[in-house]
Design a protein around this ligand. Structure first.
Ligand code: URP
Ligand code: ZN
Ligand code: ZN
Ligand code: ZN
Length: 469
């Protein structure tokens, strides 16, 4: 291969989950082929058709957001970002891989759900993408299908202890799916909230005239997240299966995960930027503005945040994903005026995750390497994408972000690229910003200009969870 087809990233600080080195990075054919100390003999001898000067910048792996919901149907509407707009916004924010959720409809097969999600995504994504499978109907047929899906690279399955009548599985169904995962190598992802109890509290709140968005947070109690987390862990133990708990928000749920991990159990946890940076104060904003912050699990009182940050530092939580599931305030969140239970659940954030977590580095809450671990390497390993994704190493896909750690920005819906009419972080001042992004060696963001295209992103089959082997 001639040097004209190569890209050289020169002079930056390369940060991975393991190391920080002043190194030059050589890219060829969409892959990283070599790293060498900046100024060293090998690096000085490299030639390339394109050289990117990263002096004074970080050179980091593209972000892996393992929890997004583009175009997701919910409560009679659809998440506002399509695979096209949502993956473009992800690229702007330094994320180069998403793992979204294909959904099984009750009474239908997993395959039908998966085919429908491939049809939505194929040819439209700006960055690479994979799928988890939401199982909304655990039965003999769908249990058998799990085996085939694992073989094909759909190696993780989300179950819901919440949303009775929609996505809900009972304990028997959960146990069966876990037993199947135990034998086929799949990873069960759990939405851990006691939905049966929550629905009683919802009904009682509405009957008492408590209809504002803040009651969404009040009925979805911390105890009911902690109880469901505990129950999920015990069921996983009975089934001898690994477990990944999604969108952990409550201190008491972190404690359940920590206790399980202290026993040496293969139990993992994810939290999201909204639980680290927002709180019930946002849900209580007047004039129905609180609806912008309705998601499940719900935002918690501010004093839960310390436990989440601590969990990320101590590895009781491994991953930060966004659970990006945006609904516009106008016309979508507004569906729940006068009845908080009709507000579509979900927050936008796929564009903000890398920057928000970098802010935690600036504020001394995370080390730079831990930032890259929880945002890139750990999600890649958790969901069988490592080391192709999530690191900068010879052989890895050249998914690379040139990150400017000094530029300041103010987050705003005026300037973001997500197809949603508000930002959950409006007005927040952040230090650090994505400058350029390569996806498999192609510049998709070039010095703050989008140079990618819909259809560049490829479907990425996954191996099984790499935390277990
Ligand atoms: O409120 C949320 N999280 N919406 C997306 C669906 C889910 O439960 O992850
Ligand atoms: Zn240097
Ligand atoms: Zn969920
Ligand atoms: Zn979700």
């Amino acid at each position: 291969m001639s040097s004209s087809t190569r890209t050289l990233i020169r002079g930056g600080l390369v940060i991975t989950a393991a190391d920080e080195i002043h190194a030059d990075v050589l890219i060829e054919d969409g892959r990283i082929v070599a790293l060498a100390a900046h100024g060293s003999g090998p690096a000085e001898s490299w030639t390339a058709g394109r050289t990117i000067d990263a002096t004074g910048k970080y050179v980091i792996p593209g972000g892996v957001d393992a929890h997004t919901h583009m175009e997701m149907p919910f409560g009679g509407t659809f998440a506002a970002d399509t695979f096209e707009t949502g993956t473009r916004a992800a690229a702007w924010g330094g994320t180069t891989t998403i793992v979204d959720f294909a959904i099984q409809s009750p009474g239908r097969s997993l395959r039908e759900g998966l085919d429908a999600w491939f049809a939505k995504a194929d040819g439209r994504c700006a960055i690479d993408y994979g799928f988890h499978m939401i199982m909304a109907d655990v039965n003999e047929g769908s249990l058998k299908e799990m085996d085939l899906l694992v073989q094909e690279g759909i190696t993780s399955f989300k179950l819901f202890m919440a949303y009775p009548g929609v996505f809900y599985s009972d304990d028997g169904q959960i146990l069966r799916a876990m037993q199947r995962a135990s034998s086929n190598g799949g990873l069960i992802m759990m939405h851990a909230e006691n939905g049966i109890a929550i629905d009683v509290l919802v009904e009682q709140a509405l009957a008492a005239g408590r209809t504002d968005p803040r009651y969404h947070g009040e009925v979805r109690k911390v105890l009911l997240e902690a109880e469901a987390t505990h129950r999920a862990i015990q069921l996983a133990r009975v089934a001898d299966a690994p477990l990944y708990v999604v969108h952990v928000s409550a201190e008491e749920a972190v404690a359940e995960l920590a206790a399980a991990r202290d026993k040496g159990l293969p139990v993992f946890g994810e939290t999201c930027p909204q639980y680290l940076f927002l709180s019930t104060d946002n849900l209580a904003e007047p004039d129905f503005e609180g609806a912008k912050y309705v998601c499940s699990t719900p935002l918690r009182p501010r004093d839960h945040q310390d436990a989440l940050w601590r969990g990320l530092r101590t590895d009781d939580l491994q991953v930060v994903s966004t659970d990006h599931c945006p609904f516009c305030f106008t016309g979508q969140k507004e569906m729940g005026r006068g009845d908080f239970s009709k507000i579509p659940n979900g927050l936008p954030g796929v564009e903000n995750r890398m920057d928000l977590l970098h802010q935690a580095v600036v504020e001394g809450k995370l080390s730079r390497r831990r930032w890259i671990d929880i945002a890139c390497a750990a999600p890649a390993r958790m969901f069988g994408l490592y080391p192709r994704k999530g690191t900068i190493a010879p052989g890895a896909d050249a998914d690379v972000v040139i990150y400017d750690p000094h530029t300041e920005q103010t987050v705003s819906a005026e300037t973001h690229h997500m197809a949603v009419d508000y930002s959950a972080y409006e007005g927040k001042r952040l230090t650090g910003r994505v400058e350029s992004v390569l996806s498999r060696g192609e510049l998709v963001i070039d010095r703050r200009e989008f140079t990618g295209r819909a259809g560049h992103g490829q479907y990425t089959p996954r191996s099984t969870c790499q935390y277990l082997t």
